[in-house]
Design a protein around this ligand. Structure first.
Ligand code: SF4
Length: 318
C-alpha cells in the first residue's frame, strides 16, 4: 500500500537510514526554521521560528488511519516533509496518536533548532528515534550553512540540543552535513566534533551533498575525507553510504492498485530529487514502469534530469 492520493502522507520511500519509511508532512509547504544551502527540498519559502498549526491534524491522522486500514506497512513512520516538523504545535499529539494506532516506530527528523523550547523537547521525546543535525560550530558557520530564521544564535541552538540529550531516553542520531568549501577542513571537522561529543548521540552520521541542493554552489566532500573525519567523532560515527538495498513487499503489488503513477512520481519529486532506483523502491513499481512515467512527465515539461547529476530527477519549478 503506497500513499498515492493522500495529501500529507508520502511513500513509503526507501530511506538510506531507516529502511521503508512512510513520511508525514506536517507543514504542507516549504516552511522551515533554516534555509540550508544543501537542502534537497530547494530554498525555504517561509523561514521562521514561529510555531503554528500549519496543517489540520484531524486530516493528517485520518489519512494515516486510512493508510493503515488499507493494509499499509512500513519500517518506520517519519515526521519529515519539506521543513521542520517541530514548527507544528501538534507534532507531539501526532506521535502519540500514531503510537495509539500501531506499533510502527516513529522517527522525528528535526534540525533541532527549536529544542531550546521546553515544550518542543517534551514533545520530541515522545518519538522512538530522533535525528537532529549539527553542521556548524559558531554563529558564522551556522549562518553560512543553515541560514537560520532571524533571532536564532548558535549558543542557544546548541544549548537546546544538549538539554534534549539530557531529557531523551530513546535513540538519538546526529547528522553532520559536510559541504565542500564551507565546513570541509580538518579544523572545522574537529570543532564540530567537539560540540557533537557533548550530545553523546547513539549514532553520528557524516553526510554530504548527494542530491541536487538548494544552492548549486554546495558541493560534495569525497568519501575518503569523510572516513578520515569520522575518527574525530568517535566509534559511533558512520559515513552515510549510497541507498541500501531495500526489499519492498509492496513491490509485488499489481499495477491495478498502484494507479496514478505519474501523480506518485510528482508527489515524491515534489519533496526531493530522486534517482530512478529510489522512485522505483519508494513507489513499489518496476524501473521500466517508472522510466515510462518519467518520460511522460519529461515530455510534458514537468520533470527534468538534474543538470549536474544525470542520475537524479527533479520537478520543473515554475
Ligand atoms: S535541510 Fe532540513 S533544516 Fe535545512 S532547510 Fe532543508 S528542511 Fe530545513
Amino acid at each position: 500500500m503506497t500513499s498515492g492520493g493522500f495529501r500529507y502522507l508520502f511513500g513509503p520511500v526507501a530511506s538510506r537510514r531507516f529502511g521503508r519509511s512512510l513520511g508525514i508532512d506536517l507543514l504542507g509547504q516549504r516552511v522551515c526554521s533554516f534555509n540550508c544551502i544543501f537542502c534537497e527540498a530547494g530554498p525555504t519559502q517561509t523561514c521562521t521560528l514561529q510555531r503554528d498549526a500549519y496543517v489540520p491534524l484531524g486530516v493528517v491522522l485520518g489519512e494515516f488511519r486510512a493508510w493503515l486500514g488499507a493494509g499499509g506497512t512500513a519500517d518506520v513512520v517519519t515526521l519529515a516533509g519539506r521543513g521542520e516538523p517541530t514548527l507544528h504545535t501538534g507534532f507531539g499529539a501526532v506521535i502519540d496518536a500514531i503510537h495509539g494506532m500501531c506499533e510502527i516506530p516513529v522517527v522525528l527528523l528535526s534540525n533541532g533548532s527549536l529544542m531550546w523550547m521546553p515544550e518542543v523537547r517534551r514533545d520530541a521525546a515522545r518519538a522512538d528515534i530522533v535525528k537532529i543535525s549539527l553542521s556548524g560550530w559558531d554563529d558564522a558557520s551556522l549562518e553560512t550553512l543553515n541560514q537560520p530564521a532571524l533571532g536564532l544564535r548558535f549558543e542557544e541552538y546548541l544549548a537546546g540540543l544538549r538539554a534534549f540529550r539530557r531529557d531523551f531516553t530513546g535513540a538519538l542520531r546526529l547528522e553532520v552535513m559536510f559541504v565542500a568549501g564551507v565546513n570541509d577542513t580538518e579544523d572545522a571537522a574537529r570543532r564540530i566534533a567537539a560540540h557533537a561529543a557533548l550530545l553523546a548521540a547513539d549514532r553520528v552520521e557524516l553526510n554530504t551533498v548527494v542530491r541536487p541542493p538548494a544552492d548549486r554552489r554546495s558541493g560534495p566532500v569525497p568519501a575518503d575525507v569523510l572516513l578520515r573525519y569520522a575518527a574525530y567523532f568517535g566509534p559511533r560515527a558512520v559515513v552515510i553510504g549510497p541507498l541500501a538495498e531495500c526489499a519492498s513487499a509492496d513491490a509485488a503489488q499489481s499495477s491495478e492498485d498502484q494507479g496514478g503513477l505519474t501523480a506518485q512520481i510528482l508527489a515524491l519529486l515534489g519533496r526531493r530529487g530522486c534517482t530512478l532506483d529510489e522512485l522505483a523502491t519508494g513507489i513499489g513499481r518496476r524501473e521500466a514502469d517508472i522510466q515510462a512515467g518519467l518520460q511522460e512527465l519529461i515530455d510534458l515539461g514537468r520533470v527534468r534530469p538534474s543538470e549536474d547529476r544525470e542520475a537524479y530527477y527533479q520537478l520543473v519549478r515554475e
